[in-house]
Design a binder for this molecule. Structure first.
Ligand SMILES: Cc1cc2nc3c(=O)[nH]c(=O)nc-3n(C[C@H](O)[C@H](O)[C@H](O)COP(=O)(O)OP(=O)(O)OC[C@H]3O[C@@H](n4cnc5c(N)ncnc54)[C@H](O)[C@@H]3O)c2cc1C
Ligand code: SF4
Length: 575
């Protein structure tokens, strides 16, 4: 039974409500509070305060009971989260527990989640590439999805805006496929990465190897010191939370920034159940929230609502927001809500060795890798040759390092000896695929009315799978990388297709897509629901297509742009 009496309605009324305090919600909070809006940020998980709530951040390897490995019973109890490489003793507290958060896999889907203030920004690998004009133009050009209502020029200033604040390291490479940004000093490529770059450049006109672009403060500026953040020390233990604020997370950056304004109310343990639609006013007036501990329901009200619960949960909230005007989910006149869901294809890998440069080794640690921007079907869909067999393309990670061969599992004198005189083998080289998947109507999210989660919300059903296009892309990636590695003289090549279920890429997108036509899309060019313009969705759910870049930088730029538009519209009394 909802509790409407805990406070007066006025005390539960804000200018703006932001659902979710992670990567994108943090930006909405920052933009609104800076501009003087009283903002309520609703977060279903617990609070995680920068530094205060990083219990493992300064632990030494021997201080972990299981040397960072997870005990078998915890792995067995968490068959989904434990597939993520960061689900380890030092960082598992930033993941949900599978048994607490059930969902229905109509087809296998590994849904990786971090429910806490900061969301998955605590766990991410910090790779941040811009989209290019070709990425935005792709759906209209090749006809595989509705046309994006915005292009690169609309978003470019907002990329710059978030890059400057977040702090992005990178090199100005001048590539069409990957526009340059506002970069801090780049990380250095290893000598074998540089060697591969030169070999590839000498052989292929369309292929490039560059140092990754990542959200690390290699060269902090005043705006970063103002956030209380400092230079990245290359500890490479980011998933524990960084005591220096060396990488961008909502916890280290946007959320404390918003808090400092005095305009933010942050409410952890608040599971948003649905958005309230007022049929007379023909707009959303607020949200229903379940207290995660007491399970009591409370309503909160605002002029503007930003949905930033991460793509799948944002879909869930809209699907669960039914009314007689919107019986199939808020703003769902098009019937597209939950549909055209897509992700990235991370199935394929290649590894090998390089027998040169044996007089050098990697020195120190680098929280980044090298990157191969997309080169397939970039300017046009090829009509002959291997790339004509599939739509779109893939980017790839690449790294080369020379690890010490010391046997850390040994003990006593033999451990000491192997640490003091490590044996260095050949250089190891490796690459993984980051493929674009095509948003399809048949890849969908829906509610299961018969199954409830612990908060009384219908469980989400996920019905998503790879298709023939993905299979062909995997094949092409493995063929092309094998050719490139062989050309560079790499040996002992091993290729693999993990056949992993969708989800482990952790780049969920779509379901509430943007578009020009309300009949075929949910959101307009400012991320407003076509039929309920005071509700904005600016996380991955809003993506019309996925391209190949790691998506979070784009969600952040989208959110900052949409929030500033909302403020302008509120000033004009349009919202
Ligand atoms: C291991 C790992 C590596 C990654 N590497 C990269 C990378 O290199 N580059 C990249 O671009 N991306 C990467 N990602 C993905 C990246 O973390 C996400 O794209 C990003 O966090 C999404 O931002 P978001 O705001 O949509 O969601 P989140 O950051 O997940 O935040 C959503 C928040 O909403 C809250 N929430 C959900 N439902 C509700 C509800 N009903 N009521 C209230 N609150 C709710 C959640 O608890 C959460 O705090 C990685 C992710 C992981 C886990
Ligand atoms: S690598 Fe940099 S950002 Fe990551 S934990 Fe270390 S100092 Fe912090």
């Amino acid at each position: 039974m909802p509790n409407f009496n805990i406070d007066s309605q006025k005390a539960r009324t804000y200018d703006a409500i932001v659902i979710g305090s992670g990567m994108s919600g943090g930006w909405a909070a920052k933009e609104f509070t800076e501009k003087g809006l009283k903002t309520l940020v609703l977060e279903r998980g617990r609070d995680v305060k920068h530094n205060v709530d990083y219990p493992t951040t300064n632990k030494m390897p021997w201080e972990f009971e299981h040397r960072e490995r997870m005990p078998r019973e915890v792995v067995e109890a968490n068959p989904i989260q434990s597939k993520c490489y960061n689900f380890k003793e030092s960082a598992a507290h930033f993941f949900i527990r599978d048994q607490d958060q059930p969902y229905v896999q109509e087809k296998p889907f590994d849904w990786i989640r971090g429910y806490q203030v900061g969301g998955k920004s605590m766990l991410w690998a910090r790779q941040t590439q811009r989209w290019s004009k070709y990425d935005f133009e792709g759906p209209a050009r090749d006809g595989f999805a509705v046309e994006w209502p915005i292009g690169y020029d609309d978003i470019a200033p907002w990329y710059s805006y978030v890059e400057k604040f977040a702090g992005i390291t990178g090199n100005k490479d001048g590539l069409d496929a990957l526009p340059d940004g506002e970069f801090l000093a780049p990380h250095e490529m290893t000598c074998v990465e540089k060697y591969f770059k030169e070999k590839v450049a000498g052989t292929y006109k369309d292929r490039h190897i560059i140092i990754g672009r990542a959200a690390h403060l290699t060269d902090p500026q005043q705006i970063h010191y103002d956030q209380g953040r400092a230079k990245c020390q290359h500890r490479v233990m980011c998933e524990r939370g960084c005591p220096f604020g060396g990488f961008f997370s909502a916890n280290a950056s946007t959320i404390p920034w918003a808090m400092k304004t005095g305009n933010m109310t942050l409410r952890p343990h608040s599971v948003v159940h649905s958005i309230i639609y007022d049929e007379k006013k023909q707009k959303a007036t607020g949200v229903r929230v379940i207290d995660a501990n007491t399970k009591e329901m409370t309503e909160f009200y605002a002029r503007v609502i930003f949905v930033n619960a991460a793509a799948i949960n944002s879909n869930l909230i809209l699907l669960n927001s039914t009314s007689s005007r919107f019986p199939n989910g808020l703003g769902n006149d098009s019937g597209t809500l939950g549909r055209y869901f897509a992700f990235h294809n991370y199935r394929a890998r290649i590894s090998g060795e390089y027998e040169g440069f044996l007089d050098t080794t990697t020195d120190g640690r680098r929280p980044n890798g090298s990157y191969i921007p997309r080169f397939r079907n970039l300017y046009k869909q090829e009509t002959s040759g291997p790339a004509s067999r599939f739509l779109r393309g893939y980017a790839a990670g690449f790294s080369a390092h020379r690890r010490s061969g010391s046997d850390r599992d040994s003990l006593g004198a033999s451990l000491k000896e192997s640490l003091l005189h490590p044996e260095l083998g050949n250089w190891s080289v490796g690459s993984h695929m980051m493929g674009e998947t095509i948003p399809k109507e048949s890849n969908y999210l829906a509610l299961d009315p018969s199954l409830k989660d612990p908060y009384g919300l219908p469980q989400l059903k996920i019905n998503v799978a790879y298709d023939d296009n993905d299979e062909k892309m995997v094949k092409d990636y493995l063929e092309q990388m094998t050719e490139m590695f062989t050309m560079a003289g790499f040996t002992n090549l091993r290729t693999s297709d993990s056949k992993q279920a969708p989800g482990l890429d952790i780049h969920e997108m779509g379901g509430v897509r943007m578009g020009k036509d309300p009949k075929t899309s949910m959101l307009n060019k400012w991320h407003q629901l076509h039929e309920v313009p005071n509700v904005f969705v600016t996380d991955g759910a809003s993506m019309t297509s996925t391209s190949t870049q790691n998506p979070s930088l784009t969600y952040m730029a989208f959110t900052a742009r949409a929030a500033n538009h909302a403020v302008e519209e509120m000033k004009k009394k349009n919202l």
